[in-house]
Design a protein around this ligand. Structure first.
Ligand SMILES: [Zn+2]
Length: 366
């Protein structure tokens, strides 16, 4: 690492914190959309940990965690070897309206980061250009990334570990080494770890173009997504656990010897994974009959394959469907709302995963 670290207009000398802005795009009404950036540069050399939040504009706790993790590390900057770069609001247009997407195109900004193995037949959209500008800065200086999000109302906090793809970008051996560092990072946060969707669904959903997916699969940087409770309000337990997890990651990778005073132990105050086996993220099970949902499980409950997680009732209250889990696992969150149409999910679950974490890109695209 160079002595001075500059990201956007934030230029921090060793032992300093600098706050500044990254220019995202010019606004039609004048002025420029800017992303806030905090650079905490350690007195000594070491890895550069990036923390991002707010790529989804309604995910309040992630923004607070990105702000507070930088402040906590700044409190210990005399002992810091390396640097922390925090971009707490990646999607200011979404934040202004408390909405997930930006209003530039209305699409998910967290599916537009660069994917070098994907051919483009059209020029990049506005949001894609904004994402690429942030990504270039990240790829220039980051050695590690924690991207902070929230999930559904009442969701338990968890960490998503992406699939590591190999092919043009890296060999299988290189992918395995990257996956080992990724495991270290994911474990350090001390939240339940869920592997991302199976390989085919991973690429189908463009998750290699999420912030963490692109950092990992395009730039080769160990990168995880932290899902820190529900949307729209800062949840204190999840905020505390998120900051503690990021600080623990800084300790794990040698940026700090120990957590600064006042930072909780990683994993404190939030539930542990209730099962020992490897799990992946799953949205479901899904209803077949339209009706009103009665949940039969709570967040954190373990569920066996075939167990009923919800019933669907008619407007008069008669049961028309028992919705069963297809796999063993546990409940991460229950879907909001009483009404369900056919095909809609009643829960988010962590389900038993027997798929590979390191997968050939070709197979994922078949
Ligand atoms: Zn999100």
């Amino acid at each position: 690492m160079d002595d001075t670290l500059a990201v956007g207009t934030a230029i921090a000398e060793p032992g300093e914190r600098a706050d500044g802005w990254i220019e995202a795009t010019d606004l039609p009404t004048g002025g420029t959309e800017r992303l806030p950036v905090i650079v905490v540069n350690g007195a000594a050399d070491g890895p550069v940990l990036w923390v991002t939040g707010g790529v989804h504009g309604d995910e309040a706790t992630g923004v607070a965690v990105a702000q507070d993790a930088a402040a906590s590390v700044d409190d210990a900057s005399a002992e810091l070897a390396g640097a922390v770069v925090s971009v707490p609001v990646v999607n200011p247009a979404g934040l202004r309206r408390t909405e997930r997407t930006s209003y530039y195109g209305g699409d998910d900004p967290n599916r537009y980061f660069p994917d070098t193995e994907r051919g483009d037949s059209r020029p990049p959209e506005t949001q894609e250009r904004i994402d690429a500008r942030l990504f270039d800065l990240l790829a220039e200086s980051a050695d590690l990334l924690v991207d902070c999000h929230t999930a559904q109302a009442g969701s338990m906090p968890f960490t998503i570990r992406d699939r590591v793809l190999y092919g043009q970008e890296r060999t299988e051996t290189e992918a395995a080494a990257l996956a080992a560092d990724l495991d270290r990072l994911a474990s350090a946060l001390d939240l339940p770890v869920l592997t991302e969707y199976p390989a085919e669904e991973y690429v189908e959903q463009s998750l290699q173009r999420s912030t963490a997916g692109a950092a990992l699969n395009t730039a080769g940087i160990p990168a995880v997504t932290a899902e820190l409770g529900g949307h729209r309000v800062v949840e204190e337990d999840a905020r505390t656990a998120g900051v503690a997890g990021i600080v623990a990651a800084a300790v794990e990778f040698g940026l700090l010897d120990s957590p600064p005073a006042g930072v909780a132990d990683a994993g404190d105050g939030v539930p542990d994974a209730p099962v020992e086996y490897a799990v992946r993220r799953s949205v479901g099970p899904r209803v077949e009959e339209a009706g009103l949902v009665r949940h039969r499980v709570a967040v954190g409950d373990t569920v066996d394959a075939g167990e009923v997680v919800a019933e669907v009732v008619t407007p008069h209250g008669d049961v028309v469907e028992a919705v069963e889990s297809e796999r063993d696992g546990y409940v991460i969150a229950r879907s909001e709302g009483l009404a369900a149409y056919e095909g809609q999910a009643v829960a988010s679950m962590a389900v038993r995963d027997d798929g590979d974490v390191v997968v050939p890109r070709d197979a994922a695209e078949e």
